[in-house]
Design a protein around this ligand. Structure first.
Ligand code: PLP
Length: 472
């Protein structure tokens, strides 16, 4: 039998089976005679007989001698295609699995470009794609082959060395390449920290309001995220230490507190380091947008201060180059590096070799420095444009204070304002405004967040006008 005839039989079989599944031929119903079906379908009677025989063998049909063919009373009900483990009921997960599934992040950004004023969005259209592709093409044949194989889970050595040098220049951190562990962004770095340094039930001080990505990670790993207020000097460590004396770790964003945008004062940094030393606790410094400082004096990272190996520094290229790259890193005390590399190897072995290789050359050849210089100029101008257009459109009702850091601004309001009302109205007008109250655990601070880096002046002006109309 030729292939065309085989396919035709298969098609007729599937068509009849679908008709039974869909109820077109109900259970117990008599099917038209095979000759009639062949005529209706425009195929030979033999083709129909083959399909009927198969459906008979599978239990879809029963033949009654001298009376024709009927749909079986036991014909299987239509079923959705099996999706396997993804559809597992929560009860079938382990206790730890349930915790992960219930608290884990499931960001599912749409493919549409983000709208102003969604936070955390750099200007991705400014990424030097052509240059990146050129670097990819310039990879030497031997390096290309090496990149295609397994890598050191701690990271590609040239990238670790490039980051160590970069950190000295950009963040004042003096470290050895051997202390740098490459991760898939800061989220994986935080996950490794929680898995390796915390036991279920351990207490961790977190900023309140703070970053949900950190809190969810800690909770999913069985730790207790303990809220500590943030004031104009950053995390109030004295209050945290007094209320949660058992805490073993503190996670902070000292350069540009997320979401409030506060820079941690020197006094507070010193107090935090003293707390860590006295309690043999860890400090996790999440420096998610530390490269974006616009003043003449850039503040170095907390990790650049003497810290007796108590600070674990978490860096990411998500804001400087793009979150899709999934490139981040940890700077760790020597004694922890091996355990982190082993943990990384257990879950996904290592970051993609070719991307690490290109990124290393991108940094060493000075492209990161140039790109960031250009982005700082651009973002400073966009911040000014946001402040200008918003104040003008709202007739001064939304006058934002400028900031020397980061890629978003916060407008905090006092009193009992429900900030989610404007958030909802703005969403209806095509403006992505985040209410500050969403980031609080116990904190009751109100206001809105304005991401500006990823939007040109025209888009910022349009969104400002649309938002101003929501205030009326
Ligand atoms: C506080 C904070 N940390 C880290 C990140 C970056 O996460 P990742 O490096 O996993 O993309 C963000 C992203 O918005 C953030 O707001």
């Amino acid at each position: 039998m030729n292939q065309g005839a085989t396919e035709l039989r298969q098609q007729v079989y599937l068509r009849l089976r679908d008709a039974i599944d869909a109820g077109t031929f109900a259970r117990g119903a008599r099917l038209p005679a095979s000759r009639e079906q062949a005529r209706l379908l425009g195929v030979s009677r033999n083709t129909v007989l083959w399909a009927l025989e198969r459906l008979h063998a599978e239990g879809y049909l029963v033949a009654r001698v001298g009376d024709g063919t009927y749909v079986s009373d036991r014909a299987v009900a239509p079923t959705a295609p099996s999706r396997g483990a993804g559809q597992a009921a929560p009860q079938s997960l382990s206790r730890r699995g349930r915790l992960v599934a219930e608290t884990g992040l499931r960001w599912n950004p749409s493919s549409a470009p983000p709208l102003p004023f969604r936070t955390g969005q750099p200007a991705l259209d400014e990424f030097p794609f052509a240059l990146w592709q050129r670097l990819e093409r310039q990879t030497a044949p031997a390096a290309r082959i090496a990149c295609a194989g397994y890598h050191d889970p701690a990271g590609h050595p040239p990238l670790r060395a490039a980051i160590a040098q970069w950190l000295l220049v950009s963040r004042g951190i003096r470290c050895d390449a051997a202390q740098v562990v490459i991760t898939a962004g800061s989220q994986q770095a935080l996950d490794l920290i929680a898995r390796l340094l915390l036991d279920p039930g351990d207490e961790v001080l977190v900023e309140d309001p703070g970053y949900a990505g950190i809190q969810a990670n800690l909770i999913a790993n069985g730790a207790h995220a303990r809220p500590v207020p943030v004031d104009d000097e950053g995390l109030c460590i004295a209050r945290g230490a007094a209320r949660w004396p058992q805490a073993r770790l503190a996670v902070v964003t000292p350069t540009h507190q997320f979401p409030l945008g506060v820079r941690m004062s020197l006094a507070r940094r010193t107090a935090l380091l003293d707390w860590a030393r006295a309690n043999r606790a860890w400090i996790v410094e999440d420096d998610y947008d530390g490269e974006f400082q616009y003043g003449p004096q850039r503040i170095p990272a907390l990790c650049s201060m003497a810290h007796d190996a108590r600070v674990l520094y978490v860096g990411t290229f998500s804001k400087s180059l793009g979150a899709g790259l999934r490139q981040g890193y940890l700077v760790l005390p020597d004694a922890l590096v091996d355990a982190f590399a082993r943990a990384r190897a257990l879950s996904d072995r290592h970051s993609p070799g070719a991307t690490q290789d290109v990124l290393a050359r991108f940094i060493v050849d000075g492209h990161l420095l140039r790109h960031l210089r250009r982005m700082r100029e651009l973002y400073r101008a966009r911040q000014a444009a946001l402040i200008h257009h918003l104040a003008r459109a709202s007739h001064g009702a939304l006058t934002l204070a400028p900031s020397l850091q980061g890629i978003h601004l916060v407008h905090e309001v006092s009193g009992r304002v429900d900030d989610t009302t404007l958030e909802r109205r703005a969403a209806g007008a095509g403006v992505q405004l985040a209410a500050l109250s969403r980031y609080g655990i116990e904190a009751r601070r109100r206001g809105w967040l304005f991401g500006y880096a990823g939007y040109d002046e025209a888009a910022l002006a349009r969104a400002s006008r649309a938002l101003a109309r929501c205030l009326e």
